[in-house]
Ligand binder design. Structure first.
Ligand SMILES: [Zn+2]
Length: 411
């Protein structure tokens, strides 16, 4: 154990025995805001915003642009995809620290989902497509800022809010904007959901997420008549099978990398020796840079052996999201979040790594900002059916966000 860890542990133990009293002003404001948060959630979920839903994304961008302006932000739009904008708001304060809050507007659901999965409440659960992932995150941002505005808080240099429209499809159009903006900030709080308490015991903040990449492998052989002249053909399916098998365990040699072949396409005809076959692999990275090593091994392995002469095999690895690994400042901030949660007698677990990808990866890429993920509402069922948030997570999450912002301002 190094000195830093020991100090952190001592502080944690001290907090564990006698935690600080809550900031009752912020807590009361969070309680008072709950009905408005529910209204906002209903407004946002009612606008269907699948990642390809150009119309829905334009509508929600308009609504959020107006909401940010009403909170005093200067807003701008940047193109993310052919059809959708990133909404960015900036607010100037009188403090020193530059803070960015981010969440995404798009969902995984197709247009029409509200017909089969309408908004409904059942006890502590409010159901709706995208309500947790990530409209709950948007609501936390808007209402936390409203609470702090009303408290007269100006303890920041620049407060930036970013809502992107393509997170669920890899943030290809907004990743670079997120990375560039985040590098100009001291802190980025990313607002994906935390898992509901009825699923896991403790709410969480997230400090790491796997990066994603894909490999496209292509084999070119030679077509021929499968009955009359099979010997003239060079079977691309046989060759790609060989190449997939000889590379299937490659990632085991690269700690922090996972690779699985997940898709193959080839000939449609059944009476022809296939000329072309294409395979795709899903790659996950839990350490920075491992995709480079994996790609080197992949290229070497493919070159090392061939089953069918006269075929050519190429493989291209493309990185989607980088891996998210919080730096020391991010970890310290998350520990502060734990202490804040204890003020209201709640526990918060810090999760070092998850398999799911997140925009926090782009925010953390430069290593300059302290980045922590999962400041959204507690929920479950995202990317599945019957997505919901837990209503009793609204107040604690508003308290967490508002308190941590005021603490960041004081640093
Ligand atoms: Zn999400």
């Amino acid at each position: 154990m190094n000195a830093r860890t020991a100090l952190g542990l001592a502080a944690a133990l001290a907090i564990g025995t006698a935690h600080a009293a809550p900031d009752t002003k912020l807590l009361d404001a969070a309680k008072a805001a709950q009905p408005a948060v529910v209204d906002t959630l209903k407004t946002l979920v009612t606008i269907e915003t699948g990642s390809a839903d150009v119309e829905g994304l334009a509508k929600i961008a308009g609504v959020l642009d107006d909401r940010l302006k009403a909170l005093g932000f200067k807003t701008e739009r940047r193109k993310a995809t052919a059809g959708a904008d990133i909404v960015i708001g900036t607010l100037k304060g009188t403090g020193k620290r530059n803070v960015m809050l981010q969440a995404h507007m798009d969902t995984v659901y197709e247009r029409g989902i509200l017909q089969s999965q309408p908004i409904r409440q059942d006890g502590n659960r409010l159901y709706g497509p995208g309500i947790a992932d990530d409209k709950g995150g948007i609501a936390v941002i808007l209402h936390s800022i409203k609470i702090l505005n009303e408290a007269g808080w100006k303890d920041y240099g620049t407060l930036t809010v970013l809502f992107d429209p393509d997170e669920e499809v890899g943030s290809n159009g907004s990743g670079e904007t997120i990375a560039a903006l985040a590098a100009q900030h001291d802190v980025v709080l990313s607002c994906e959901p935390t898992t509901a308490k009825d699923v896991v015991k403790t709410e969480t903040l997230l400090l790491g997420a796997a990066g994603t990449a894909s490999v496209v492998m292509e084999v070119k052989g030679r077509a021929s008549h499968a009955g009359a002249a099979p010997e003239l053909g060079r079977n691309a399916i046989y060759e790609i099978s060989h190449q997939m098998l000889q590379t299937r365990d490659l990632a085991k040699e690269v700690p922090g990398a996972i690779m699985n072949w997940t898709n193959v396409i080839s000939n449609k005809a059944t009476n022809q020796i296939p000329e072309l076959a294409v395979a795709r692999a899903d790659v996950r990275m839990t350490q920075p840079g491992v995709e480079v090593k994996l790609n080197e091994l992949l290229q070497a392995r493919i070159a090392s052996s061939k089953l069918i002469p006269d075929t050519t095999t190429t493989a291209t690895l493309t990185v989607g999201r980088p891996a998210f690994i919080a730096n020391a400042a991010g970890k310290a901030l998350a520990e502060r979040g734990q202490a804040i949660y204890r003020e209201i007698d709640r526990e918060l677990a810090l999760v070092p790594m998850t398999g799911g990808a997140t925009d926090a990866a782009f925010a953390a890429r430069s290593g300059k900002a302290a980045v922590v993920e999962s400041f959204g509402l507690a929920g479950f069922g995202y990317h599945a059916r019957d997505e919901y948030i837990e209503l009793d997570s609204i107040v604690p999450r508003l308290y967490l966000m508002t308190r941590i912002l005021t603490e960041i301002g004081r640093q």
